[in-house]
Structures are given as structure tokens and as C-alpha cells.
Design a protein around this ligand. Structure first.
Ligand code: NAD
Length: 416
């Protein structure tokens, strides 16, 4: 157990764009220090030393990090095909793990991560930071208060209109088989000759990444499950295509998915529509809209808007042609049957807008180190991570195999 003033010493495994961003956020918190970095490209290890000092331990082999007794915790921010292997090895070596989303590259890897988490007793937190978003926490509060009445549908989208957004990441001029540990990068993926595009733009290839589903749908599902408390959908169908970024990738750049969420203790039955387009041309690039019987609420990065529709309280015009007594009886019966579902403090016409800074990522790291210090359970443990990753990955299965997929959200398994 850590005292309030004890330093938590961390290592980053996968010190690329996100890994260095995660390390910066983590070390901005009091009592967190980065002492080691593991990466497969020399330029990134050099940059880690430039940032954290020449004494920083660096290596290409993550097992050397796990052997070090001075390291309490690791951030795993490698490409997706390494997440589960490194996380399991790290927990078995006694390290706490912050693992970037998606938790797994394939659904079948999930059970072993859950097992390692429970056997090791270490804190394992998935890095889908919207779990810690103030916006979603507010949305959860309003959802629980039935501000939008009875939920019936959710639509969520995350469009990216730039080359960076479409994963066309920069390849450094010194990328070659000496500066890049290509064989180690491949891991269990099929062997092939050195290819700097595959190394630096790994998200575009199924062998290492999880496409739109694992990269972006996972964020949307995490937000949805946070707001509704849902364990997940049972039926999944996806379609899409490769429409704009047609070179050097084997994953679609337009993807649409529909999912059925059956009634559960947490929510009524509802349907979900997910969308990612890498060339949508619209400004509204990110949102999750919850639609209910009495209104809707839409969360973006920094704003939560609630639009409430008044409860219909009149019959059509024909009622006015009936006898007064009949009109009164019918109105009383209707009112008794349609009791307001909304919280009493809000009038039907009240629309609400909440705004906040986007602090989700920092707060997510704070939650992780708080769990380690205080021995509290992870706020996004391996089961939560698999319940977001599983349905997301089944959208790939549905898209590539052109089939409707079944998912058991309790057992966290694909079902026929
Ligand atoms: N939470 C978020 O909002 C968010 C945003 C971006 C990326 N991510 C996730 O972070 C992860 C990394 O993405 P990125 O954009 O930083 O990619 P990146 O390509 O910039 O960085 C990945 C790094 O991992 C290194 N690497 C590869 N295999 C390794 C191994 N076996 N051991 C050690 N290092 C290894 C590579 O050398 C590279 O520097 C992905 O899983 C991605 O989904 C999350």
C-alpha cells in the first residue's frame, strides 16, 4: 500500500503519440514519476530521454521493464495486437497496469486479462478516458433522474475529417531496420519484410489494429455504458466501405453499426446507431445523443445539451366535437394513464446546457493512481473494458463476414 506522499514509479511501454501523452498527464499528477521507457523505434526512446532526463532507463524489450523492482506501474500504449500479452505479463510480474483502449485485439484474449487481473490483485484500468468525463457523469445523473423520460434510442458518431484523423501518421525520415525493431513489432502477427508504413500507420491494418471499431466505437460504447450503466448489446450489425483513404489499408474508412440493447435492470430496451466517417464534411464531429420519451440529451467533448419535448397532453381535434362529459372523462383517464416520467423540478419546456473543460484524460489518470494509492477498485476494469471492446470488435466481424452477430454481455462472449 502506498502512503499519500510515496512516489509511484512508472514505465511507459509503447512511447508513441498516445504513450508520450499518457506519460505527460500521469507525471503531471503529484507523486508520479516516470523512470523507464520501452519502445521499438530509436527516435522515440531518444525523445523520452530528452523529456525525462538521460538517466531514464530505456529498452526495446518490455520484459526488462517488468523485471525492475523500482517500477510499480506501467502504461501500455503499444499497437492493439500487443495490449493483452504485455498487460498480462505486467500484472503477473506484480505491476499495476493502465492499458490503452481497446483492451484487446481479439475478443478471445479478454478472459485471460480478466483472470490475470483477479489473480494478481493489481489495479488494471483501461484507458478509455470518457469513463472519467464530467460530461458523461452529468449525463448519467440526468439519465438516472429520468430527465429525458424513458430511453428509446441512442445515436453516436465520431467523424474525422483530416489525414491525421484518418491515421495517415508521419513516417520519420530515419525509419529503417536499424532504428526500428520490426521483428519484435510483428509479435504474433504474420511475418513479412520490413515496412515503415505498416509500422508507423499500423492502425490501417487488421494484423495490428482494430480499425474504426477498436479505435473509435470503443470510446462511444464506453460513454454509453457509463451513462446508462449497461452491460452491452445482444445483436450487432455493421456496414460501411473504403471510400476515400483507399491506399495502404485493409480496414474501412466509413463504418455504420446498429446494436440492440434489450431491457435490463439499468435501462429499458433501446437501439444504438454508431457512425464513423473519415470524410464527412460536417463540423459536428463527435456526439452521443440519448433520445427518450420526454426529450433528448447530446454530449460532445465539452457540452451536454438537453432538449425536452413537452408531454403530449391533448387529443386530436375530434375530441372537441364530443359531449363535454365525454371530453372530461377521456381527459381524466388519459392523465391518469400517462403520469409524467420527468423529474418534478424541471418543467417540460426547460432546455438545459452544461459546459465544461475537456479534462477527461487527466481525470482518468488521476483515478488510476488514486486506485493504486487507496486500494480502491479500478473505475474501468477488465470486464468493463471487454464489455466495450467486445461489441465494438463484433462490428468488424459483422462488416467483414457480412453477418449479424450475437453477443452475450453478461458472459462477455460472442453467441450464435
Ligand atoms: N485514449 C485515447 O484517446 C487514445 C488516443 C490515441 C491512441 N490510443 C491508443 O494508444 C495506443 C497507441 O496508439 P498511438 O497513436 O500512440 O500509436 P503510435 O504508433 O504513435 O505508438 C505506438 C508505439 O508503440 C511502440 N511499440 C510497438 N510494439 C511494441 C512493443 N511490442 N513493445 C514496446 N513498444 C512497442 C511503437 O514503436 C510506437 O512508438 C493504441 O492502442 C491506441 O488505440 C488511445
Amino acid at each position: 500500500m502506498f502512503g499519500a506522499n510515496d512516489k509511484i514509479q512508472i514505465a511507459i511501454i509503447g512511447a508513441g503519440g498516445m504513450g508520450q501523452g499518457d506519460t505527460k498527464l500521469a507525471t503531471s499528477l503529484p507523486g508520479v514519476k516516470c523512470v523507464a521507457a520501452c519502445d521499438l523505434y530509436t527516435g522515440r526512446l531518444d525523445h523520452m530521454k530528452e523529456t525525462y532526463g538521460k538517466d531514464l532507463f530505456t529498452t526495446r524489450d518490455y520484459r526488462e521493464v517488468l523485471e525492475r523492482p523500482d517500477i510499480d506501474s506501467v502504461i501500455v500504449a503499444t499497437p492493439d495486437h500487443w495490449h493483452s500479452r504485455i498487460s498480462i505479463d505486467a500484472m503477473n510480474a506484480g505491476k499495476h497496469v493502465y492499458c490503452e483502449k481497446p483492451m484487446v485485439h481479439a475478443i478471445e484474449e479478454g478472459a485471460a486479462v480478466i483472470e490475470a487481473q483477479s489473480k494478481s490483485g493489481k489495479v488494471f484500468q483501461v484507458g478509455s478516458q470518457y469513463r472519467s468525463s464530467l460530461m458523461y457523469q452529468k449525463a448519467h445523473e440526468l439519465y438516472e433522474a429520468k430527465t429525458i423520460g424513458k430511453l428509446n434510442m441512442v445515436e453516436a458518431w465520431l467523424d474525422r475529417n483530416t489525414a491525421q484523423g484518418a491515421w495517415e501518421y508521419t513516417i520519420p525520415p530515419d525509419a529503417n531496420p536499424m532504428t526500428v525493431d520490426w521483428d519484435r513489432f510483428l509479435g504474433n502477427a504474420p511475418k513479412r519484410p520490413f515496412d515503415s508504413t505498416r509500422f508507423f500507420r499500423w492502425r490501417n491494418f487488421q494484423d495490428y489494429g482494430t480499425g474504426v471499431a477498436g479505435d473509435l466505437f470503443v470510446h462511444l460504447l464506453t460513454g454509453l455504458h457509463t451513462v446508462t450503466g449497461s452491460m452491452g448489446p445482444t445483436r450487432i450489425y455493421a456496414t460501411g466501405g473504403l471510400r476515400y483513404w483507399t491506399h495502404d489499408r485493409d480496414v474501412p474508412d466509413v463504418m455504420l453499426a446498429t446494436m440492440d440493447y434489450p431491457e435490463s435492470d439499468a435501462h429499458p430496451a433501446f437501439n444504438l446507431i454508431l457512425r464513423v466517417n473519415f470524410k464527412s464534411g460536417v463540423d459536428e464531429s463527435f456526439g452521443v445523443r440519448f433520445v427518450g420519451s420526454d426529450g433528448s440529451m447530446t454530449a460532445s467533448f465539452t457540452t451536454l445539451k438537453v432538449n425536452r419535448v413537452p408531454r403530449p397532453d391533448e387529443f386530436d381535434y375530434t375530441i372537441g366535437s364530443f359531449a363535454q362529459k365525454t371530453q372530461q372523462e377521456m381527459t381524466q383517464a388519459w392523465n391518469a394513464k400517462h403520469a409524467p416520467t420527468t423529474v418534478a423540478t424541471l418543467k417540460p419546456q426547460d432546455d438545459l446546457v452544461f459546459t465544461t473543460e475537456n479534462t477527461a484524460h487527466l481525470e482518468h489518470h488521476r483515478a488510476f493512481y488514486t486506485s493504486i494509492r487507496d486500494g480502491k477498485p479500478s473505475i474501468e476494469d477488465a470486464s468493463f473494458g471487454l464489455r466495450a471492446a467486445g461489441p465494438a470488435l463484433l462490428t468488424n466481424e459483422s462488416y467483414f463476414k457480412k453477418k449479424v452477430c450475437g453477443w452475450d454481455p453478461v458472459a462477455m462472449k460472442e453467441k450464435a
